[in-house]
Design a protein around this ligand. Structure first.
Ligand code: DC
Length: 226
């Protein structure tokens, strides 16, 4: 079973993706972490994210792996665990720029399909193009969204908990900037996939969204074991 969760930053995709995967015993794949790992690799290589040829070279020569450690998915760049480092806002911005390069997307999409299909019971993937490009035939497609202010507030609180110092205003500006970039790029822009279930989480608590998603999945798979 493949479940896709797309939507803008801060809509709750990764938190809910993890919860759904755990509940159903599926693998969880945070595709944004892969683009962030590329962003970090580019930063470490000292090249500009707009220098397409150099970025592609870096991606081709970089080992990006996801490993489950103590029940948590961690991202590795050339065998180094960079899961915490990639969460920085600066890396999110670089990831957003390099994710508009078609060759970068091609390489990562191929990896994502491989990981998704290799999971025995199935996989929950979250990102921007999962239901449109990576798995257009996913069994369930969700599109989570929320207004920019709500998303910025959530991201800001999440950053505080992670010890990342920013202001709410900075976070909101970054979210808006990323929204524009992610929806306007030519290759695989953020779109609501055909047949996706749209959930606006602005006025909803996490548990409420989780239960709604689960109810939708269970209704359709009530004859199966899940
Ligand atoms: O979900 P996130 O904030 O960790 O994603 C970081 C960036 O990566 C985001 O600005 C857009 C890009 N991205 C993408 O283009 N396609 C995906 N499937 C996932 C993320």
């Amino acid at each position: 079973m493949i479940i896709s969760i797309d939507g803008p930053s801060g809509a709750g995709k990764s938190t809910l993706g993890k919860m759904i995967a755990k509940e159903l015993g599926l693998l969880y794949l945070d595709t944004g972490a892969m683009y962030r790992a590329v962003g970090l690799a580019v930063l470490e290589a000292g090249i500009g994210p707009e220098d397409t040829d150099s970025v592609v070279k870096v991606v081709r020569n970089t080992k990006i792996e996801l490993k489950e450690i103590a029940g948590e998915l961690r991202i590795f760049l050339n065998d180094i665990d960079v899961s915490d480092q990639v969460r920085k806002a600066e890396i999110g911005q670089i990831a957003s720029i390099v994710s508009s390069i078609p060759e970068v997307r091609r390489i990562l999409v191929e990896k994502q399909r491989k990981i998704g299909l290799s999971s025995e019971k199935g996989c929950v993937l979250d990102g921007r193009d999962i239901g449109t490009v990576v798995f257009p035939d996913a069994d369930f497609k969700f599109f989570l969204t929320a207004n920019p202010e709500t998303r910025a507030r959530r991201r800001y609180e999440e950053n505080l908990q992670r010890g990342i110092t920013t202001t709410y205003e900075e976070t909101l500006a970054e979210i808006k900037e990323r929204d524009i970039r992610d929806t306007s790029r030519e290759d695989s822009p953020l779109r609501i996939p055909k047949g996706a279930i749209l959930i606006d989480t602005s006025e909803m608590g996490l548990k409420e969204v989780f239960e709604r998603m689960l109810e939708i999945i269970r209704k359709k798979t009530s004859t199966s074991r899940i």
